[in-house]
Write a protein that binds this ligand. Structure first.
Ligand SMILES: Cc1ncc(C[n+]2csc(CCOP(=O)(O)OP(=O)(O)O)c2C)c(N)n1
Length: 565
């Protein structure tokens, strides 16, 4: 039986196991939207294409499945760019479908035409312009395969209107064969053995975990590996939650706003085992003084990320779960030497315990003004360990990373690589769609919230009970902090002078709004929000000029961190 391009698209999505798509209609996707009426796939109508892509991204981060978003050509397609780039930087598996003007009009400056293939080339793992309906099923099969295998990422499929309307016989291929794209899964055994040798010879090992551990669902293997060798573990922002933060081996986050003990441990280590991490500049600080005494083992599925930023003594290319499993097996074969290693490294762990005791993460809630860290600690206390937390970007994001005890993978969704304000609310929406019964909370700043606040409408329409905590300092706080510390307090364009009534805004959309202005009110507001059905905004009027500490100033080494401002 023949099917049209738009029917084929929806059938392929269904066969790929897609149950929900996020999107926004328009002229060049009207056929797809027409066929959606008869499809079992659920469509969530966001209020902006950027938010639709972030929502699909949040869905993907929370579930591990491929997130899907649909947008029309021209402005719809260009509105997706920030969302796509956000997913690309954090290696999130996604397929984005854009409509395109009919093929005979491409290149003619037709109404709502944009060269989305050209525009998205640097921010997608791959992209396709489908010119013939006969290619559509094969391209979609490939798109999903590329998005979810190897180092995951967003793939864009641009679908001209005439291709959506044309028909052909529908056959979905069983397999994918792509020349030049063969991601490796298991690490080279010789390299793994060399890694084990380096570990067994070390005195001050540190494991440094990035987002790859979450993406490959390698948390159990990571825990087994760290415990086997009793090595301390530090994570990046993206790696957070893949290793339990309150584990005795946990050093928490390293880098610019990392803990003193994580940064000192990396600086003093003699062996750094990087697991699915990419040595981002927010992590390394000044490269020349990063882990100066350490040999570096770098385990990653993406060979191009190895040796990109730092020298590496031993690269191991492979799927993390597989490599870590093999490592643990090899270690078991050397159990005498492992015992020796654990004994030999005891003074190292004691040294770290001393740093933890001397310089713990701390803040003080004193006086009548609410400290933002206090709000985050209270949210942590009052939600069970199961809550999914999203953030926007800024100080509130760093405080959440510092003061929340993440212990389960896929419970902390945040834009790490691109640092996209406006990410958290739509990402929370996507996570709540995936897990209707879980507690989903977006921790936000007043600035970031205003970047996609229109998604309150989507939350209310679909009765998604996301709770939004706005830490309102009336500032673009993170930029203000830099202006305070490095520009002599010249607060240029960072004060949000118009005080918005966020409670009324919530009510205008049909949601609930609550406000706390004193520390005493904080707990009550959070409790009430958690008990209230449907979406709720909690506005906390917080200390206006609180800073995120500790801090490694830009361009400084990790050991040059400033502990207090
Ligand atoms: C889309 C976007 N624009 C600009 C920035 C630069 N930026 C980083 S943090 C920040 C301030 C964020 O303010 P707010 O959301 O109020 O959070 P706070 O830092 O006060 O907690 C800005 C403007 C960004 N990260 N993303």
């Amino acid at each position: 039986m023949k099917k049209t391009g738009s029917q084929i698209l929806l059938e392929c999505l269904h066969l790929e196991g897609v149950d929900t798509v996020f999107g926004y209609p328009g002229g060049t996707v009207i056929n797809i939207y027409n066929d959606l009426v008869d499809s079992p796939i659920r469509h969530i109508l966001n209020r902006h294409e950027q938010a639709a892509v972030h929502a699909a991204d949040g869905y993907a981060r929370a579930t591990g499945k491929v997130g899907v978003a649909i947008a029309t050509s021209g402005p719809g397609a260009t509105n997706t760019i920030t969302g796509i780039a956000t997913a690309y930087m954090d290696s999130i598996p996604m397929v984005i479908i854009t409509g395109q003007v009919p093929t005979p009009l491409i290149g003619n400056d037709a109404f709502q035409e944009a060269d989305i293939i050209g525009i998205t080339r640097p921010v997608t793992k791959h992209n396709y312009l489908v010119k013939d309906v006969k290619d559509l099923a094969r391209i979609l099969k490939q798109a999903f395969y590329i998005a979810r295998t190897g180092r995951p990422g967003p793939v864009l499929v641009d679908l001209p209107k005439d291709v959506q309307m044309a028909s052909t016989r529908f056959v979905y291929p069983d397999t994918v064969d792509l020349r030049g794209y063969k991601p490796s899964f298991s690490g080279n055994v010789r390299q793994v053995e060399n890694g084990v040798k380096m570990i067994l010879a070390s005195k001050k090992p540190v494991i440094y975990v990035g987002g790859g551990a979450t993406l490959s669902d390698a948390s159990p293997e990571l825990l087994a590996f760290a415990e086997a060798i009793q090595a301390p573990v530090t994570t990046t922002l993206m790696g957070m939650a893949s290793f339990p933060k309150r584990h005795p081996l946990s050093l928490e986050m390293l880098g610019m706003h990392g803990t003193y003990y994580a940064n000192m441990a990396v600086t003093e280590s003699d062996l750094l085992i990087a697991v699915g991490a990419r040595f981002d500049d927010r992590v390394t600080g000044k490269i020349s003084t990063f882990a100066p005494h350490a040999k570096i083992i770098h385990i990653d599925i993406d060979p191009t990320s190895i040796k990109k930023n730092v020298r590496v003594d031993l690269p191991i290319v492979g799927e993390l779960r597989d490599v870590l499993q093999t490592m643990v097996k090899k270690l078991v074969e050397h159990d005498d030497e492992v015992r020796e290693l654990v004994e030999r490294t005891a003074p190292w762990r004691a040294e770290i315990a001393g740093w933890k005791k001397k310089y713990p993460m701390s803040y003080k809630q004193t006086g009548a003004v609410i400290k933002p860290q206090f709000v985050i600690e209270k949210i942590r206390e009052l939600t069970n360990d199961d809550a999914i937390i999203t953030t926007e970007v800024g100080q509130h994001q760093m405080w959440t990373a510092q003061f929340f005890d993440f212990s389960q993978p896929r419970t902390f969704l945040t834009s790490g690589g691109l640092g996209t304000m406006g990410f958290g609310l739509p990402a929370a929406l996507g996570a709540q769609v995936a897990f209707p019964d879980r507690q989903v909370i977006d921790i936000s700043g007043d600035g970031s919230f205003q970047m996609n606040s229109q998604e309150l409408a989507t939350l209310v329409q679909y009765r998604l009970p996301v709770k939004i905590a706005i830490l309102n300092n009336n500032f673009l706080g993170m930029v203000r902090q830099w202006q305070e510390l490095f520009f002599d307090r010249r607060y240029s364009q960072t004060c949000m002078e118009l005080p918005i009534d966020f409670v009324k805004l919530a009510e205008a959309y049909g949601a609930t709004g609550l406000r706390a202005t004193t520390p005493e009110e904080v707990e009550g507001v959070i409790r009430q929000a958690l008990e209230t059905p449907g979406p709720v905004i909690m506005e906390f009027k917080v200390a206006r000029e609180e800073n995120v500490m500790p801090m490694v100033p830009a361009g400084a080494g990790l050991n040059e961190m400033v502990l207090a401002s």
